[in-house]
Design a protein around this ligand. Sequence first.
Ligand code: SF4
Length: 389
Amino acid sequence: MTAISADERGFGIYVHWPFCRAKCPYCDFNSHVREAIDQRRWRDALLKELAHYAEQTPGRTVTSLFFGGGTPSLMEPETTAAVIDAVRRHWTVTPDLEITLEANPTSVEIERFRGFRDAGVNRVSIGVQALDDTVLKFLGRQHSAGEAIRALEIGRATFPRLSFDLIYARPGQSLEAWQNELAAALDLANSHISLYQLTIEPGTAFEQRVARGDFVTLPEEEQATLFDWTASRLERAGLPAYEVSNHARPGEESRHNLTYWRYGDYVGVGPGAHGRLTLGGTKFATRQHRAPEAWLDAVERDGHATRQRDEVAQAARLTEMVMMGLRLAEGIPAARFRAESGSEIEGALDAQRLKRMVEGGFLVQENDRLRATNDGRARLDAVLGALLA
Ligand code: SF4
């Protein structure tokens, strides 16, 4: 029944570095601030956990390696080099292995760019977030707009591929202000840019500040206007949205993230990292200890810090695959439905719900695949709720 093998969707390795200089008030990632970090201990532990997962995944070919966080540009380049070497030792890798590192644009980190490149990093993703110092302060960022621009210039000269992130739909942001900021960003952009709408996540400092009435979020209709305008502006600039928040020139998409969205397999090492592994036809969800010190102790004791390793039941596989795949402009091929659920699109999903979403103009079924329209991707949470509930 399997018409698409997991390998055709890529096989990625994700490495989580959980430390940041300061906690941004909107951030709900697994990121922590520590006075001092024993880089040697951390490096040895990451290498141990990689070896553990390599043993479980013999014969796989790695297509991408991604250093995320946290702020992995705070790793010493030697640590990055050791991880890259270990991946190359443990697995076969594709000749054009994509190696991405997330970086923040402070001057200390910019100084390390050459070290990361020499270690083997060939793609950098820079957390610019805004090009205005007042806004950067509001977002709790540790860099200025000038530093961000310098990081982009040096990043472009150092790495073969570069992407950067911006946060928009901020409190009080007008369409005109966003148009000006995005025009400046596009002048600095290469072939990939990620544009995220500000969301207030539970447990963050921003959640408390909104509850206190310090600021109000942008009304939903204004957010939708900004989203729609952004999609058409980036399309005109030659970087169409290949995913809800990600824009690239064709061929310049993040291969690592495509593996997630295509519901391929990936190993996750480091605190709180998630993985999805198909072993003997069964899909497993893995999750590592979240707290940095608990992770470190467990790896040093047991060789890994796997907190959860559960089989993903068939219904959950279908749900996860649809939730990921409809984020992509390319949608989900019917063959992937057959591979994950053993059914055609119509058999896998509730026929009435599917029909309603197609008639409403949110989903399209054509060319042997199911995809969300632009309207559907603009309100994907509601579409998924209606389709899968
Ligand atoms: S730098 Fe990134 S990971 Fe760290 S706190 Fe800020 S948003 Fe979160």
